[in-house]
Design a protein around this ligand. Structure first.
Ligand code: PLP
Length: 403
């Protein structure tokens, strides 16, 4: 009997852990060590989680039970305080939901919103879960361009052009994965103005907001207009190096007088999964009392900062590659001069590099980028490993051609 996947999965992709990872796992099973730079998973690279993540068993009686479907009150109060400190006004803890990572909340919030054929504006390049979750919910992801020649900021004219009568929402990923861009106020204000004008809900994915470098400042989209309905997503995976805990949240803010029906829908979906991991929720108050846990790694001399510097210089030194400097987070998105290096298939490039040099990157088209001319680098490994990765890449590209 053939067992087939449902039609709902037509066009749903998540290449970061797709065929490239399958090959990497096969290679490892054959005893070939692979340097895997495909996921932003700090603890896997030796970044230590906070000590209070250890205090879980002292709260066992509390965390062994289901919590309220939206999350523990203490966790939601801490989230409200944190997001208020970012300038988001009038947060009601009834409009805060905890999730098994932001990932679950992305899927949930779109399932609750979209009817078949509804459109959502999503950045290109994107964090591909957004596009996948929109498609799974029956919607259409319409990609707006982020402009590499303008620090990878969203192209406001392109967003405007792509709004139709079916557009329901716009996704903003700031700080950005995969580009590392941090958006200035005027760009965010323009997006808010378009949302206001066309009645669009804004999803603002801010999971990298505490991983800022240089003089970058993060502005919460929802802080710019107290009336605009915005769903702000955040969590502890990156800022506290706790990816495996699955601790995320979303805050729905703005004038919600017309949103009761949607909020009821969200409550149904949250209740259907009973609650998110309560162990992970239980450390949210302590973690958010210490929001800048990773700060030491982000300043000159700090691990993440120095690794970014090294990746940036190393990549730009390779003939045929250029990269815009990441200002936050864990990633950069280098451009390949495809004409010079004769590359016309970015996934094949990543697979060939993996086979030959045992280094795993992810291809740009996996981030819904329209041309085969980018790939994403995770700069989490120690400097010696990064130096070695750059050397392997440079050596590979010195002779690799696809046509
Ligand atoms: N949003 C962005 C932009 C991400 O890069 C990630 C993970 O890499 C997530 C959301 C999901 O994070 P989590 O489910 O661990 O909270």
């Amino acid at each position: 009997m053939e067992i087939k996947r449902s039609n709902k999965l037509h066009d749903v992709r998540y290449d970061i852990r797709g065929p490239i990872t399958t090959l990497a796992i096969q290679m490892e099973q054959q005893g070939i060590p692979v340097i895997k730079l495909n996921t932003g998973n700090p603890a896997a690279f030796g970044f230590e989680p906070p000590h209070y993540a250890n205090s879980l068993d002292t709260q066992l009686q509390l965390t062994a039970a289901y919590s309220d479907a939206k999350g523990l009150i203490e966790a939601r109060e801490a989230i409200a305080a944190y997001e208020s400190s970012k300038g988001i006004r009038n947060i009601d803890i009834e409009n805060i939901f905890t999730g098994n990572g932001v990932s679950e909340l992305i899927t949930m919030s779109l399932q609750a919103l979209l009817d078949n054929g509804d459109e959502v504006l999503v950045p290109s390049p994107d964090y591909p879960l957004w596009t996948a979750a929109i498609r799974l919910a029956g919607g259409t992801a319409v990609h707006y361009i982020c402009d590499e020649s303008a620090h990878w900021f969203p192209d406001i004219a392109d967003i405007r052009r792509k709004i139709t009568s079916r557009t329901k929402a716009i996704v903003v990923i700031n700080p950005n994965n995969p580009t590392g861009a941090v958006y200035p106020k005027d760009i965010l204000e323009s997006i808010c103005a378009l949302a206001q004008q066309h009645n669009l809900l804004i999803f603002s994915d801010e999971i990298y907001d505490r991983l800022l470098m240089d003089d970058s400042k993060h502005i919460a989209t929802a802080s710019l207009d107290p009336d605009l309905p915005v769903i702000t997503m955040n969590g502890l995976s990156k800022s506290h190096q706790l990816c495996g805990f699955r601790a995320g949240w979303m805050v729905i803010s703005g004038d919600l007088s017309q949103a009761g029906n949607y909020l009821d829908g969200l409550t149904i979906l949250a209740s259907m999964r009973l609650c998110s991991n309560v162990n992970a929720q239980a450390i949210i108050p302590e973690a958010l009392a210490d929001p800048h846990f990773a700060r030491n790694t982000l300043v000159p001399g700090g691990r993440l900062y120095e690794q970014r510097e090294q990746a940036y210089a190393g990549l730009n030194n390779i003939p045929g590659l250029s990269v815009v400097k990441s200002k936050a987070g864990l990633y950069m998105f280098p451009k390949i001069d495809t004409h010079m290096l004769r590359i016309n298939d970015d996934e094949r490039f990543v697979l060939d590099l993996l086979r030959e040099k045992h280094v795993l990157f992810t291809h740009g088209s996996g981030y819904n980028w329209h041309a085969p001319d980018h790939f994403r680098v995770v700069y989490l490994p120690e400097k010696e490993v990064l130096a070695n990765v750059i050397e392997r890449l440079a050596d590979f590209l010195s002779s690799y051609r696809q046509y």
